[in-house]
Each structure stands twice: as structure tokens, then as C-alpha cells.
Ligand binder design. Structure first.
Ligand code: NAD
Length: 288
């Protein structure tokens, strides 16, 4: 039987509609409009497109977007000064620094300069620590979207075997932590995992975040499993695909996300949600 498709576009649209209503209500009640500052250094076309899409999404949902497009030669000191300025700006509740930064800038130092209370991407060590402790403030956007997609299936995560393929700080590790907090039995696979197909085959929930087209094949997937494909890969013919061999795996899985139209749209929706939640926390501090 063919899997049910988890429609990321439809889920994200619904989320964004809810966010837009909450943004309006917050502004009406407190005068506060959630503000998101995006910082881009250099002219990488893919990064520029991501930042532009985030700005459009902010505008559509009624948030206040601020764009800082800086030349590639921007010094680390100048970038730090901008981050400090945004940390102090009361109109800004979320700050995102588009990665990758040019080689002469120390990304770690910049991400650590962002106030943990405005860290919309959830990459600051303080927020990573809060997440590990099970008391998160900002959950990284893509992992948050992954959890929302799993929840949309109605499958109870408690006690399930979950396998996350990929151990990056921005996807693999936080997804594994979120699944663990929801009482899944979690295994993280990576490039040095022995007999990876056998490990994946035990999973009721598979999250693939590798960056390799058609990496997850049907023989690896347990019948009826939930398969979430985070990968974004551009094939030589220009086609965009995930890490899962979608056409074949969908014949075995119970639920599956497509690429495009899966996790991607959820990431932006969660960025808006993180900024809204941050603005609400600021409003609470002011109004008591
Ligand atoms: P990354 O390169 O930082 O990490 C990839 C991980 O895959 C590594 O931990 C590595 O151990 C693992 N890996 C590589 N080769 C492997 C192999 N042969 N066997 C097992 N594991 C292997 O990548 P990332 O930033 O985590 O992103 C992963 C993918 O997700 C990329 O395609 C990226 O474009 C995509 N992504 C999508 C979104 C979204 O919004 N949809 C967001 C972030 C990343």
C-alpha cells in the first residue's frame, strides 16, 4: 500500500495563518509587533534567496522584517557591532544570521554574540543547553518542523524506535533530542555507522538529514514507518530531491514527506513561530 503523504506546504500554510492571527492579536493587546532581523553577509545567491523568502513570509504574516545585507568584505568587528545593536533594539525579537558566513568571519563567535533571548534559530549554546535539559526556549526551526510533521500523522511517539540519519548541530542532534524528550528510543546514525541499513530497518520513525540523493532505499525501511526527509539536493538536471528514494520508499512507508513541499516550508513557518513566541515573552516582561 502506498504511504500517506505528509503535505508540508499545507501544514505550513495552516501554521502561518494561525501565526498571522496571533500577531494581530498581540499587536492589538500590547502594541508589540514581532520583529525579525535577518543578517546576510556576501552575495551567495542561495543565501540571498533564503533571506528574501523569509522576508516575504514575515510580511505576509504581519511581522516586522528587518534586512541587513552586508558586503562580503564586512569585518568581524562591524558584524559584531550590528549584532549588538540588534540585541538592544526593542523592535527586534528574533535575529537570524544567514549561514555560511565568509571564511574571514568566525561563525561561532557571531552566533554566540546573538542574545539567547532573540536567537530565532536556536543555535546559541545557551539554547542548545536548554534544549538538552528538556526545557527549550528557542527550538531550531527545521527540527521543530520535523516534530510538527510527525505529530500531524497522529502516530504516538512514546516508546517508538526512532532513527535519525545525520548528526549535524542544526538538524540531526536537535531532532534526536526532541524525539528523546517525547520518549522515543533514539539512535543517531552517521557516516561511520556500521550496518546502517539494519539499524534504520528497526525504526518506526526515520528522519533523514544527510545531503545525499536517494540515500534511503526501500529495503532499509520497515513497513508502515514514518519517513521524514530533511535533505535538499540539486541533481545535475536541476531537479530538487531529498535524501529518500521517494517513489520507491512510498510503497513501503506508512507516511512520507516529499521534497520539495515537505520539511522546507515548515522551516520558515517555525522561524515565524519562534519570533512570535519571543515577542510574546518580551510583551509578558513589559506588562508583567
Ligand atoms: P551536514 O552536512 O552538516 O550533516 C550531514 C550528516 O550526514 C553528517 O552528520 C554525516 O555524518 C551524515 N552523513 C554523511 N554521509 C553519510 C553516510 N554515507 N552515511 C550516514 N550518514 C552520513 O548537513 P545538515 O546541515 O544536517 O543538512 C542535511 C541535509 O538537510 C542537507 O541536504 C541540507 O541541505 C538539508 N537541510 C534542509 C533543511 C530544510 O529546511 N529542509 C534545513 C537544513 C538542512
Amino acid at each position: 500500500m502506498s504511504a500517506q503523504i505528509i503535505d508540508g506546504k499545507a501544514l505550513a500554510l495552516k501554521l502561518r495563518e494561525g501565526i498571522a492571527q496571533e500577531v494581530q492579536a498581540l499587536e492589538k493587546d500590547t502594541g508589540i509587533k514581532p520583529g525579525l532581523a535577518a543578517v546576510l553577509v556576501g552575495d551567495d545567491p542561495a543565501s540571498a534567496m533564503y533571506v528574501r523568502n523569509k522576508k516575504i513570509a514575515c510580511e505576509k504574516a504581519g511581522l516586522y522584517p528587518q534586512e541587513h545585507l552586508l558586503p562580503a568584505a564586512t569585518t568581524q568587528e562591524a558584524l559584531l557591532a550590528l549584532i549588538h545593536q540588534l540585541n538592544a533594539d526593542p523592535k527586534i525579537h528574533g535575529i537570524l544570521v544567514q549561514l555560511p558566513l565568509p571564511a574571514h568571519i568566525e561563525s561561532k563567535m557571531i552566533l554566540q554574540a546573538v542574545s539567547p533571548e532573540k536567537d530565532a534559530d536556536g543555535f546559541h549554546p545557551v539554547n542548545v543547553g536548554r534544549l538538552v535539559e528538556g526545557d527549550p526556549v528557542f527550538v531550531p526551526c527545521t527540527p521543530k518542523g520535523v516534530m510538527h510533521m510527525i505529530d500531524s500523522t497522529g502516530v504516538d511517539i512514546t516508546g517508538k524506535r526512532a532513527v535519525v540519519i545525520g548528526r549535524s548541530n542544526i538538524v540531526g542532534k536537535p531532532v534526536a533530542m526532541l524525539l528523546l524528550h517525547r520518549h522515543a528510543t533514539v539512535t543517531i546514525c552517521h557516516s561511520r555507522t556500521k550496518d546502517l541499513p539494519a539499524v534504520v530497518h528497526e525504526a518506526d520513525i526515520v528522519v533523514a538529514a544527510i545531503g545525499k540523493p536517494a540515500f534511503v532505499t526501500p529495503d532499509m525501511v520497515k513497513e508502515g514507518a514514518v519517513v521524514i526527509d530533511v535533505g535538499i539536493n540539486r541533481l545535475p538536471d536541476g531537479k530538487l530531491v531529498g535524501d529518500v528514494d521517494f517513489d520507491r520508499v512510498k510503497e513501503r512507508a506508512g507516511w512520507i514527506t516529499p521534497v520539495p513541499g515537505g520539511v522546507g516550508p515548515m522551516t520558515i513557518a517555525m522561524l515565524l513561530q519562534n519570533t512570535l513566541e519571543s515577542a510574546k515573552r518580551f510583551a509578558k516582561k513589559i506588562t508583567g
